[in-house]
Design a protein around this ligand. Structure first.
Ligand SMILES: C[S@@+](CC[C@H](N)C(=O)[O-])C[C@H]1O[C@@H](n2cnc3c(N)ncnc32)[C@H](O)[C@@H]1O
Length: 288
């Protein structure tokens, strides 16, 4: 099968999760099963494993890949709802992985509207069943709301945020924004990635879902179970770092023990072959 997405920090993930034959596995962001297939190849426990993704294209590839082993559960939903559903069914796992952020197909397919360097609709929805898209933010948010999201989620300076927000509001009075190129043309090169990141985070409620899901992870882990989380920017990493720190410092009540104190980042060799790994940080913990 053609490779859709190169998994980041794969050998490091295998090292911290240390999968063993027979163990159960939950992948909260299964994508194109890069990590999942490496882990399932070792555990071979398909029946008690579950792959989650909210992207229909990723789910179709996962279903195609695992159609021979029908017993692996594939959930097309966001990981917060999936976590709640699994808990309600009383399921727990030996290994959990979350690899946040966008997949290569989401970025590379112009029609998904994630990329500022390709012309596509202003979309950016990971889950295309949802109505709310990037166009709603760009065309409907007030100037004040735009400034706020550029500062908060794009980590832009107040001055640059105000400038971009003002220009959007002035231009959309003449014509509503429809494409990524129209938005990219308005923002200077230096701020494009930040503006697109801010909008993407809001469209997909990325930080809100991470924040709500983290406290469910210890409940989903079996005793002795391991969780690994890969983040791609400081806002995501801060949530994971703070949560792990808080959970592991509760003394006797601590459910999670850190596997690595400092985040693991990609080696030079991986950076050369996979630029997506540049900002990746891996944190891991085990349930004791
Ligand atoms: C970086 S990719 C994961 C790639 C995967 N580890 C692999 O090796 O193929 C992130 C995936 O997480 C999914 N995703 C992001 N946020 C999600 C959420 N809240 N719920 C479910 N899936 C999510 C995206 O649709 C995307 O497919």
């Amino acid at each position: 099968m053609e490779e859709h997405h190169k998994p980041v920090l794969l050998s490091e993930v295998l090292q911290v999760l240390d999968p063993k034959p027979g163990e159960s596995y939950l992948d909260l962001t299964a994508g194109y099963a890069g990590h999942a297939s490496a882990i399932l190849d070792v555990t071979r426990n398909y029946k008690e494993s579950c792959l989650v993704d909210r992207d229909d294209y990723a789910v179709s590839i996962l279903r195609e890949k695992y159609s021979m082993s029908e017993s692996v559960e594939i959930l097309h939903m966001d990981f917060y709802d999936a976590a709640l559903q699994l808990l309600q069914c009383g399921k727990t796992f030996d290994i959990i992985l979350a690899d946040f952020g966008v997949s290569s197909p989401q970025l590379d397919l112009a029609q998904r509207g994630f990329s500022f360097s390709q012309d596509g609709p202003l979309d950016m929805r990971m889950d295309r069943r949802q109505d709310f898209s990037a166009a709603d933010i760009v065309n409907r948010y007030s100037e004040r709301e735009l400034v706020e999201i550029f500062e908060k989620y794009g980590e832009m300076s107040p001055g640059s945020s105000r400038k971009v927000a003002r220009e959007i509001v002035l231009l959309r009075r003449k014509k509503k924004f429809e494409t990524t190129s129209e938005l990219a043309a308005l923002v200077n090169r230096e701020h494009r990635a930040q503006v697109f990141q801010a909008i993407r985070i809001v469209v997909n409620d990325e930080l809100g879902l991470i924040e709500k899901t983290l406290p469910l992870i210890p409940k989903l882990l079996k005793l002795g179970g391991r969780v690994a989380i890969i983040t791609f920017h400081s806002l995501e990493d801060r949530l994971v770092k703070d949560y792990f720190k808080q959970e592991s410092s509760l003394g006797e009540e601590s459910e999670l023990k850190l596997i690595n104190k400092k985040p693991i980042t990609a080696e030079h060799l991986e950076l050369v072959s996979n630029p997506r790994a540049r900002s990746a940080k891996l944190r891991a913990a085990c349930k004791s």
